[in-house]
Design a protein around this ligand. Sequence first.
Ligand SMILES: [Zn+2]
Length: 357
Amino acid sequence: MPAPRFFGHRRIAASLWRMVSEDRLPQTLLFAGKLGIGKATLARHLAAGMNCASGPGKPCGECSACIRILEGDLSSEQFRERIEARRKLTAEKRKGAPLVVATHPDVLIFPPDGPMQLLSIDQARMLRESARLAPAEGRRRIFVLEHADRATDEASNALLKTLEEPAASLTIILTSENPFALLPTIRSRAIPFYFSPLARSEMDEFMQSRDEVAEEDRALVSAWAEGSPGAAISLDMEEFARRRHAMLTLLRAALKRGEFAKLSVEIGSLGRGESGQIDRLAAMLHSLLRDLLLMRVKAPADLVHHDIAAELEPLARRVSFPWLERAVAALQELEQLQRLNVQKQIAFEAYALKLQR
Ligand SMILES: [Zn+2]
C-alpha cells in the first residue's frame, strides 16, 4: 500500500500532523462536517501516522501497523455489509456483542448500530473499559466514535464520564455532522475542527485518483457531491436525478399555483427507499435553493446544478430574497416532521403550500 493521500482540509490536516509528529495529540478531538467529507478518513490517517513503524508522522502506508489501521475504512464493502447485517439482529444479540471495529489492537472504531443507527450504552461501556488499557503495541491508542451525536442519553453520559477521567496515551476522536446536537458538556471537552466542503479543484483532483466514477461522469458528480468526496464515490446518478426532478416540481408548484397534482405523483413515485427519505429530499431542496440564490444575485460560479441552469433560470427570476429566506427556514420544519414520522407526501405538500403564501 503506498502512503495514503488525503484531499482538501489543508489547514486542519497541517495542524494535526504537527501535533502527531510532536506526539502531543490532544485527549479529545471533535471533527465536525457533513457526511463523506473526510472526517473518518483523516482520523484513520492520524491513527496510522501515530503508530507507524517509521513515525510518529505521516503514515508510510507500508508497515504492518499502517496496513492494518488503514484497512479500518467503514465505507468499504466488507464493513458496510457487516454493519448492515447487524440491523437484523435482536437487541439482545447486539447487546451481547457491542459493535466495534478494530483492525489494530490500539485503534477502535465505534459506529452507530442497529435499526435505529444509534451508539448504545453497551458500546459506550466498552469504550470506557478499553480506555483504561495501555497501548498494546503502538505509541498511542486512538478511539473513533463515529456520528457521536447519535449516542443515546445513557451512552452520552457514560462517554462524558470517560472524557472526565482522561487516560494517558489515549485520544478519542468524535465525528459529527451535527455537533450542536452533542451534550454541551461533551462538546466543551473536545478540541473542535470544522471540515468545510472541498473546493471544486480539490474535488476534481480527488476524482482523478479514484476509479469508482466513470471518466465522462466525473465533472458532473464532482459538482453534485457538493464538496464531499465520500458522497461523490457513492452517488447514484439516476437516483439523484429522480430526487432532483421531484424537488424541482415542488419548487414550481410553490411558485405558480396549479401544479399540485404533478407534485403528488412525483413524490409518490420516489418510493420508500433511501432516496425517498425526507432528509435527503430536504438536502436536495437546500442545494437547489442555494443555486437559485446564486443565480438571483448573478454569481453563477460553481453551481451544483449547472447542468440544468436553463431550467432553473425562469425560477430564479420569480423568487424574491424574503421568499428564499422563508424556503430555507422551513426546511428545518421538514426535518422535524421526519422525526415525528409524518408521511412525506403530506410533509412536502405542506411545505409547498406554506411557500405559496
Ligand atoms: Zn507505517
